[in-house]
Design a protein around this ligand. Structure first.
Ligand code: AHG
Ligand code: MN
Ligand code: MN
Length: 326
């Protein structure tokens, strides 16, 4: 009989990852080392996001980043927090951020730099000022010995060894996959730990909800416009927050389809392959969903550059297929 006064949940992120590592013979615990740095960094970022208006770190810094987008103060702060927390992890060879033109080549493979961590330090940052959910997205690749350092990192998404995001919303939620399903943790501020709340998440099907910025409808391809007309005639509902992490998290839990297709002004699409589309695609596929760019599986795209963009259509298989049928 479960005592009512016991803490409901005490499986922490660390213990959950260590349990997972036990399943891999020869696991060295260095994976936990990286994920614990991500846990620390995102707790610190979440605190900054919650206090943004009090500490007057909302708004932009008056400069553009490498993406040609106005950099928000919190983009810079979140980036610095992650670089500091991950920078001293001696098994990380490369750190690559949406906010930095070139990756940080920390240590060679031969000096122990086994992994590359790529990240969007603050996703949806234009929503910060209105207290709408924003997040951090991360992707972990094991570095091969091949080629130059940057080449070693430009690997297709199928090679990710882990992917996840933290959503700073009404609660701080960490969603993680290491290739064996998707687990969800919530930050319990009372004990300062991410605690496991769901294991083996599966994306629900048959939810007739699409998530797209309809302001660009006239700029989308004919087949996307045809899909939207069909959806309007078939009792679909629409939900769009404008933070990829928040939109994808809703789809992971409720089903539906998220689309950020190419437009005539952004023919490559807006979202970045290496640290937005790939990690989200791995999570969605691990939860039994589908993630494509046009007709191609996102995880099989061979990257040419760290900041390359791609179209994104992801969600439950039935809802993604409903898009592809137009
Ligand atoms: P970021 O804040 O990291 O630049 O990402 C913003 C992205 C993504 O979060 C979201 O899905 C998309 O921009 C929204 O773009 P629109 O405002 O063009 O709809
Ligand atoms: Mn982003
Ligand atoms: Mn960002």
């Amino acid at each position: 009989m479960k005592q009512q006064w016991t803490q409901d949940n005490l499986t922490s992120l660390q213990s959950s990852i260590l349990a997972e590592e036990q399943k891999h013979p020869g696991a060295t615990g260095e994976f936990t080392w990286i994920l614990s740095a991500i846990s620390l960094a995102t707790k610190a970022i979440g605190n900054k996001v919650r206090c943004a208006r009090i500490q007057d770190v909302i708004g932009d810094i008056g400069e553009q980043n490498i993406q040609g987008e106005t950099q928000q103060k919190l983009d810079v702060i979140a980036n610095e927090i992650i670089l500091r927390c991950l920078g001293d992890r001696d098994n990380i060879g490369i750190l690559a951020s949406e906010e930095n033109e070139t990756p940080f080549l920390l240590r060679k493979r031969t000096d122990g730099g086994k992994y590359a961590v790529l990240f969007d330090p603050l996703d949806g940052s234009l929503n910060i000022d209105s207290s709408v959910g924003v997040g951090t997205i991360f992707s972990v690749l094991r570095l091969s010995d091949l080629g130059s350092r940057e080449e070693a990192m430009l690997r297709p998404g199928v090679e990710q060894v882990a992917a996840g995001y933290v959503l700073y919303g009404s609660s701080t939620v960490l969603v993680l996959t290491t290739g064996n399903g998707v687990d969800m943790f919530v930050l319990d501020h009372a004990i300062g730990s991410f605690v496991l709340v769901s294991k083996g998440l599966k994306i629900p099907s048959e939810n007739k909800t699409y998530s797209i910025n309809e302001a660009y409808t006239n700029k989308f391809s004919d087949n996307i416009q045809s899909y939207l007309r069909w959806a309007h005639e078939n009792e679909y509902s629409s939900r769009y927050i404008g933070s990829m992490v928040a939109d994808v998290h809703r789809i992971l839990l409720k089903g539906g389809v998220f689309l950020y297709p190419p437009t005539d002004t952004k023919p490559e699409g807006k979202l970045r392959l290496m640290y937005e589309a790939n990690p989200m695609a791995m999570i969605i596929e691990q939860a039994g969903g589908k993630a494509v760019a046009g007709g191609e599986r996102i995880l099989e795209i061979k990257p040419d550059g760290l900041h390359q963009r791609t179209g994104v259509i992801l969600g439950s298989i039935d809802q993604v297929d409903a898009v592809l049928q137009h």
